[in-house]
Design a protein around this ligand. Structure first.
Ligand SMILES: [Zn+2]
Length: 291
């Protein structure tokens, strides 16, 4: 699933393709749970609008439109937001990929999974939102309108501080990992990044959150920002279906120190990395480096 770094990478790469351009045509698939705003209304309201900015709130991308409304996009599990001129063969189905030459794999053609297509009046490449498993979401908010999905998000993980984390964890019986995954508290820390940050901070994932010290909270907050920023620099993780909007693959997974390394030696001390379940999620840690 795309996590905060992948969404931020998407924002930075797709932003220049959206900002300042005027939408002249909108195509959608037919109405479904994918559309929190009915497709007919999306087509009517987006056509003719200029995109003023592209922001991110947690894992939501928010395109601010010239008359104050906002187009909100969530990539879900397999959502891909990319230029219609993207050339990645990974965007094609395996059967099509095997039947056409590499030269023919250029310029992605919208298919049944391409739920939103934006075309622009400058005649340049369009922007497509494609989602094979359809856990993504599209929503249009009118000027001043809010939505519970956005309103209930906690502080953005890239802005998390040790003091905020310390305050949020006092008196909490849940594990520190469960609190890091709690989007109402801190938004944007996914499973991989929680494990990696806790390793770097030297704190065991199952530790009761209320017993994590102020100094440890400072280390965890710094480690969360560090792993997220490092992942953004390297283009985001490339686990499963995620593909960067320009068609390139991310490479963060090569820097994992504990996640999905159960039984392998810790890169710092050589102990065997353990896998347990915390907050219903597969969780990885070093029994020696983490306390
Ligand atoms: Zn270790």
């Amino acid at each position: 699933m795309p996590e905060l770094p992948e969404v931020e990478v998407t924002r930075r790469r797709i932003g220049p393709l959206l900002v300042g351009r005027r939408i002249c045509q909108v195509r959608t698939t037919r109405d479904s749970y994918f559309f929190l705003t009915r497709p007919a209304r999306l087509r009517a309201r987006l056509t003719g609008r200029r995109i003023a900015a592209l922001a991110r709130h947690g894992k939501y991308l928010v395109a601010e439109l010239d008359e104050g409304s906002r187009l909100v996009v969530h990539l879900g599990m397999t959502g891909q937001l990319f230029s219609s001129a993207a050339t990645s063969p990974r965007l094609l189905s395996a059967s099509r990929r095997s039947s056409i030459s590499p030269e023919a794999q250029r310029d992605f053609e919208a298919d049944a999974h391409t739920h939103l297509q934006l075309k622009f009046d400058d005649g340049g490449p369009g922007v497509y939102f494609r989602d094979v498993r359809k856990f993504g979401k599209v929503l249009l908010l009118e000027r001043g309108e809010s939505h519970p999905r956005l309103a209930r998000l906690g502080i953005d993980a890239l802005a998390a501080t040790g003091e905020a984390l310390f305050a949020a964890t006092r008196g909490r019986k849940a594990s520190i990992k469960a609190l890091l995954l709690n989007q109402a508290l801190i938004t944007g820390v996914g499973n991989i990044y929680a494990d990696e940050a806790l390793f770097r901070a030297g704190v065991r994932p199952a530790r009761r959150a209320g017993r994590v010290t102020r100094r440890e909270c400072a280390r965890i907050a710094a480690a969360v920002r560090e792993v997220l920023e490092r992942s953004i620099e390297t283009g985001g993780s490339s686990i499963r279906d995620y593909v960067a909007p320009d068609g390139s693959d991310g490479s963060y997974q090569d820097e994992r120190r504990v996640y999905a390394r159960a039984g392998e030696p810790c890169l710092d001390c050589g102990s065997s990395i353990r896998r347990i379940t915390v907050a219903q999620r597969g969780t990885h840690y070093c029994p020696t480096c983490q306390r």
